[in-house]
Design a protein around this ligand. Structure first.
Ligand code: UT7
Length: 332
């Protein structure tokens, strides 16, 4: 009997309608379109004016299920990667399952910041590989605008809101998730953190006055770690799986900074045409970046394509995941 692997059999993204341009940001803080574009590659990002992370996720999952012709009751597990849950508890997964009537599903949230989708995908794959689950949804969603300080020009220009969801199902043709290398290093927490609101520093008048519920990032330091580790882990997963650069069809990199993406692609020996880049229109949507790329590129992907997902983020967390795409999208 062939080994069962977990394959992505559908993908759907969702981004809010409102577009926050560099131009508009430059009226809010001391910045410019030229600075943001040249330092990050971002031109605009989406902002959710009303609603929570669960609403973005529900939109994506609802469309995914309709596209696949699957009843919500068939879904067994929903794993949500997010650092902007609707509530500290209950989990966003619980909220999503309730809103969409996925009454037979259980689920939970994973906090791994920008690496969240890879961590969640690898976790979800295990439930399929062991044969205990047949239909698992993995979501990467963040409403970063809910934790971004729009008076801090060093962070507010980078982030945006967005979501992507994939369906995982068993595959016996050797397609789907093949391998992953994942890392965590909590000593990096001082460089990228939302300091208040947890048990370490519960909400108080003082934490609010000191703007401690917003993301604090030491950009330069995070940049150095991100460039080194994202490139290194991406090269390492290729070596581990005997993949040469010509064997890799697509790199799906976390969209934090165009310069980090370029460095990763260069280390892997990949030309620009094989690299998914949509940072210019969405910015950094944290857990949303990777599934949003898969959604944007879905029609170009072919059954059997070798794809490497790669990310670095708060925690620190980082990793790379190797998968073989499992389907061709019919061209209508
Ligand atoms: O996704 C999770 C992981 N996060 C990342 O991977 C992000 C990693 N970091 C970065 O992408 C970059 O560090 C940033 C985009 C955040 C910043 O770019 P940078 O090239 O590292 O800039 P910097 O922080 O070294 O700042 C350079 C200068 C400073 O001015 P001085 O001190 O040289 O006078 C900043 O104050 O640019 C200034 N600056 C800005 N100027 C205009 C910082 N932010 C802005 C801004 N507009 N928005």
């Amino acid at each position: 009997m062939n080994k069962i692997t977990a394959a992505i059999t559908g993908v759907q993204g969702y981004v809010p309608e409102y577009i926050l341009t560099n131009e508009e940001l430059s009226k809010m803080v001391d910045t410019s379109d030229e600075w943001i574009t040249s330092r990050t590659g971002i031109s605009e990002r989406r902002i959710m004016k009303n609603g929570a992370s669960s609403d973005m996720a529900c939109n994506a999952i609802d469309q995914l299920l309709k596209k696949k012709g699957i009843d919500p009751l068939e879904i067994e597990l929903v794993i949500v990667a997010t650092v902007t849950p609707d509530f500290p508890f209950p989990s966003t997964s619980n909220v999503i399952c309730d809103k969409l009537g996925m009454k037979n599903a259980w689920g939970y949230d994973i906090i791994a910041a920008c690496s969240g989708f890879i961590f969640a995908l690898q976790t979800g794959a295990k439930f399929i590989e062991t044969g205990t689950h047949k239909k698992v949804i993995v979501v990467g969603v963040d409403k970063m605008s809910s934790i971004i300080d729009y008076t801090d020009r060093t962070t507010c220009v980078i982030f945006g809101d967005g979501c992507g969801a994939v369906l995982l199902e068993p595959n016996s043709e050797g397609l789907g998730i093949i391998d992953a290398i994942l890392h965590s290093d909590g000593s990096g927490r001082k460089y990228l953190i939302q300091p208040a609101g947890g048990s370490n520093l519960p909400a108080s008048q003082e934490t609010v006055d000191n703007r401690l519920h917003y993301v604090k990032q030491e950009g330069k330091t995070v940049y150095k770690f991100a460039v080194t580790n994202m490139a290194e882990v991406s090269a390492r997963i290729m070596e581990k799986n005997n993949l040469k650069s010509e064997d890799v069809d697509w790199l799906v990199p976390h969209q934090a900074n165009l310069r980090i993406i370029d460095a990763t692609a260069e280390r892997m020996g990949l030309p620009k045409e094989k690299v998914m880049i949509n940072i210019q229109k969405y910015g950094n949507t944290t857990a949303g970046t990777l599934p949003l790329c898969l959604w944007d590129w879905e029609k170009q992907l072919k059954k059997g394509d070798n794809i490497i997902l790669s990310a670095f983020g708060g925690g620190f967390t980082w990793g790379a995941l190797y998968l073989k795409w499992a389907y061709d999208t019919p061209i209508n």
